[in-house]
Write a protein that binds this ligand. Structure first.
Ligand code: IVH
Length: 668
């Protein structure tokens, strides 16, 4: 490929990929599959690597992250980032309406919008390209978080053609939807980290993360709602938003023009309940004057515009009775207290349980059994208790006493170093911990053993077949087939899936072990740094901290894990069973043996997964392609190769290599 051709192709791909991002993340109407999308992106990244002179700051490849920021630069806002006056009642809105009428008369219109509960952001565009993204900060200066913001797929890096000024700013709110928030918290609980309190905090914390690759994984979103600049061609706020929508920005579908306060109240009342069906959180409604000239006439106070106001919903709360407190034991032994309540209707759903977080929380609330408590729905699916109605406390009621022993195995609990969490230390003898560890072990991101989910694991556990991960590899088909709901066919499939899991690369095996604080990313870093389990097991806490992303807390946890004889015995058994405890050499080695070669891989390979082979080819200087053509150097054929690829190769006289021949080439 010549430079000219590369430049053209990079531009073409960038445009095409951004269009797909737009269709998927702004319009929610994707037209191609994720697989096809990934292919385009891969091609772009490869070309940009080969021709770095054509890598632009607006390239969609920037969205996958990769940059590390130690400290975010402070930037002065061109237009100060103000806040809004808050109201909580119809009366206050009516007073606002009267103030407006006094100042500009009766000829005006409102625009009502949702008040997104996220993190304010200002995006500056020059010549249609995203230049900078800055947080609110203190309103005068904020943090430049551009690298992280670029990973947000719904924010255009390059605008569609339009009549926009050379430079302008658009402001909006970065949010995290409720589902994604739950997913992130689930993952944190799984690795023994404290969950985040709500989507807004999570979004705010995510924006300030140092590793933009991690930001990219969190799937933030962004709605825009205000334009700042000169030489705009619209006269009303509403038209401004519609224009911005045409430029490619994500603008809420729920913006509404309202003629009077009655229509404003209809909007407020509608969203008061309908908001619970939205995929993201809002904490109120924003009411704005529509005409820009009237906004200018009304002006600003020191803190906020006179032409807009927020109506905030009170957190929905209900009173009910605390019946009991029970305690759940997680995979890592962490204890979570749960309040069992007299069922009560809250925000349209029946609430029976509330999370109590930890012992400190119970103490702070001063809970007694039988108390009337207030429950509130925040960002979480599970509501929380915010207070006690002391006037209703029954006589001689008993304060809630935090348990001292594990409810499952009766072992004495210990408290974490910071005192926040209680743990059951009986890691290998406490049933929910045993089960939880095995469920984690077989899960998709770990050993990915299909057919061995939580129910099956429990069934096997109850029948005495499984006590730990190593037992999985001792299972016999006859034993399985005998069990209820199993039968020969499922037993066969399960045995095959277990066998298949022996190929799972070391980094995922390390993750599967379920060491506290070792999530999939950290496991990958440790595996790549130490290369094999013996090196990890032998490393001191200080040596462990040498690996990227491993701090003191993780290092201590890993060090302690490998000082436990039971763990070492299980690892020995897993080794004997044939699991991967060494980083695959070819996977991590690089060279130029494949320089200038275009390779098509087809069929199932013994030593590489589908996405791994591509990486290996590229690490050795080659190019992986999906289809056979005259440009193909050779076809790498595994088991059951694609027939059409093989016949095409034969037709064109292209060499077909076996996996062994391919490896010999790499070892050359
Ligand atoms: S307009 C001069 N519109 O709420 C401020 N703000 O409490 C103009 N917010 O600072 C802001 N949704 O961070 C506006 N539809 C919306 C909003 C919104 C959320 C945030 C924003 C603002 C804060 C005020």
């Amino acid at each position: 490929m010549t430079e000219q051709q590369a430049k053209k192709r990079i531009e073409e791909l960038s445009r095409e990929i951004e269009e797909h991002n737009y269709r998927y993340y702004v319009q929610s109407k994707p037209v191609i599959s994720d697989f096809e999308f990934d292919k385009l992106l891969e091609e772009l990244i490869r070309l940009e690597k080969e021709f770095p002179q054509f890598l632009s700051l607006q390239s969609p490849s920037q969205r996958v992250g990769g940059q590390i920021t130690k400290e975010f630069e402070t930037v002065v806002h061109k237009y100060p980032m103000m806040s809004l006056g808050n109201t909580y009642s119809e009366q206050e809105v009516n007073e606002f309406d009267e103030r407006i009428r006094k100042a500009i008369g009766n000829d005006f219109e409102y625009v009502c919008e949702l008040k997104f509960d996220g993190v304010a952001i200002g995006l500056t565009y020059t010549k249609g390209k995203l230049l900078r993204a800055v947080t609110r900060g203190d309103g005068v200066r904020g943090d430049d978080v551009t690298v992280n913001v670029k990973t947000i797929r719904s924010i255009p890096l390059q605008l569609k053609p339009g009549n926009y000024p050379d430079e302008f700013e658009i402001r909006g709110e970065i949010i995290l939807n409720k589902k994604e928030f739950e997913r992130i918290n689930q993952e944190r609980v799984e690795i023994g980290e404290e969950p985040f309190a709500n989507p807004r905090n999570t979004a705010s914390g995510t924006l300030k993360m140092q590793d933009s690759t991690e930001v990219a994984k969190r799937k933030l979103d962004c709605y825009l709602y205000a334009l700042y600049g000169e030489n705009f061609h619209f006269k009303t706020h509403y038209d401004g938003l519609e224009t911005a929508r045409k430029w490619g920005f994500k603008i809420s579908e729920h913006v509404k023009c309202c003629k009077n306060t009655k229509e404003v109240f209809d909007y407020i009342n509608y969203w008061e309940t309908a908001r619970h069906q939205l995929p993201y959180e809002i904490d109120g409604v924003v009411i704005k004057i529509n005409r820009i000239d009237q906004q200018e006439e009304l002006g600003y106070t020191a803190k906020s515009p006179r032409w807009a106001i927020a109506y905030k919903y009170k957190a929905q709360s209900a009173a009910t009775i605390l019946n009991t407190v029970t305690y759940q034991v997680g995979r890592t032994g962490a204890i979570t207290p749960v309040a069992n309540l007299e069922p009560v209707l809250l925000a349209g759903t029946k609430v029976k349980r509330a999370s109590l977080y930890n012992a400190d929380q119970i103490e702070k609330l001063g809970l007694h059994i039988g108390d009337t408590v207030f429950v509130e729905k925040g960002g979480e699916i599970i509501p929380k208790i915010t207070g006690v109605d002391l006037s209703k406390r029954p006589a001689r009621s008993i304060p809630v006493q935090y348990i001292t022993h594990c409810p499952e195995c009766n072992t004495r609990l210990i408290r974490s170093e910071d005192g926040a969490v209680h743990y059951c230390p009986n890691e290998d003898g406490c049933p929910p911990q045993i089960l939880g560890k095995m469920i984690h072990f077989t899960s998709r991101k770990a050993m990915n053993i299909e057919g061995l989910g939580s129910e099956t694991i429990e069934l096997f556990f109850r029948n005495g077949l499984l006590h730990n991960a190593a037992d999985i590899y001792d299972l016999k088909e006859e034993q399985i087939a005998k069990l209820e709901r199993m039968g020969k066919k499922s037993a066969d499939n399960l045995m095959a899936a277990i066998e298949e899991s022996k190929k799972v690369p070391f980094e995922r095996v390390l993750y599967a072990l379920g060491i506290r604080y070792v999530g999939d990313t950290v496991a990958k870093k440790i595996a790549r740094y130490f290369k094999n389990i013996d090196a990890v097991a032998a490393a001191s806490a200080e040596a462990l901290q040498q690996a990227p992303e491993v701090g003191e807390k993780i290092a201590q946890s890993v060090y302690r894990y490998f000082r436990n004889k039971h763990h070492l015995r299980i690892i020995e058994r897993l080794k004997k069973a044939g699991l991967q405890f060494k980083a695959d050499e070819a996977m991590h080695r690089s060279g130029n043996q494949l320089q200038g070669k275009t390779i098509v891989a087809t069929g199932t390979l013994k030593n590489y997964k589908r996405d791994e082979i591509k990486e290996v080819i590229e690490r050795h200087g080659g190019r992986a392609s999906g289809s056979v053509s005259s440009k193909t150097s050779f076809v790498l054929a595994g088991e059951e190769p694609g027939e059409s690829k093989i016949s095409k190769a034969k037709e064109l006289g292209i060499a077909i290599l076996s996996e062994a021949e391919f490896e010999a080439l790499l070892n050359n």
